[in-house]
Design a protein around this ligand. Sequence first.
Ligand code: DC
Length: 231
Amino acid sequence: MQKITIAIDGYSSTGKSTVAKQLADYLGYVYVDSGAMYRAVTLYAMQNGIISKNNFDIDKLKESLSSIHLKFKKESNWNKAHIFLNGKDVENEIRNLEVSEFVSPIATIHEVRVKLVAQQQQMGLEKGVVMDGRDIGTVVFPNAELKIFMNASAQERAQRRYKELLERGDAISFEDILKNIQERDHIDTTREDSPLRKAKDAIEIDNSEMNLEDQFHVVLQLAKDRIAGRI
Ligand code: DC
């Protein structure tokens, strides 16, 4: 069967990565979480005095880019690939609220985007990939055969993220999460380089009222129809 490229973009915490992973597993495709790459660069910046509450040394970030090596690796007993930053598994560390607070400013930097987009395009060369992010359908794979744009209300997204972080045992308040989501929406949609936009040919799904199962079935049907050439 002919393999296609599937781009899933949308706002923070819309469940893009969950549905992208389910879809990739079902189709036997590779799943790539592009947000994890921006998060890993952010973690590097935090660990190397490049970004903190009162400081963002953009020049140092640009100079450091050649020292940042990202790789996805999957062991058979893991349910998804983990991201490695310079050889270290940082999959868990990149999900905390501190990284979430700094990632959007880091993702505005053109040189960061050029580096990560090139690596993402490399991973999609053979098709059979489901990638989620903010600019996958607009910049990374403008020719993707299927583009989905996910949306949900900020309240609903904050509620989901809050539950996720509580389950991990993080001590956080709902208000902080909601504020972080609203700030990231603002930075992601208003940045100059590759702002979050629905591609003209993307299909929009608002999943505020959908559970994971409903959402998966909607997206899977679209993928099957596209692969079979029905849409
Ligand atoms: O998907 P996520 O929430 O893990 O992404 C974290 C941040 O990374 C997001 O706020 C914006 C940035 N990002 C991006 O600019 N482009 C992408 N393709 C993916 C993520």
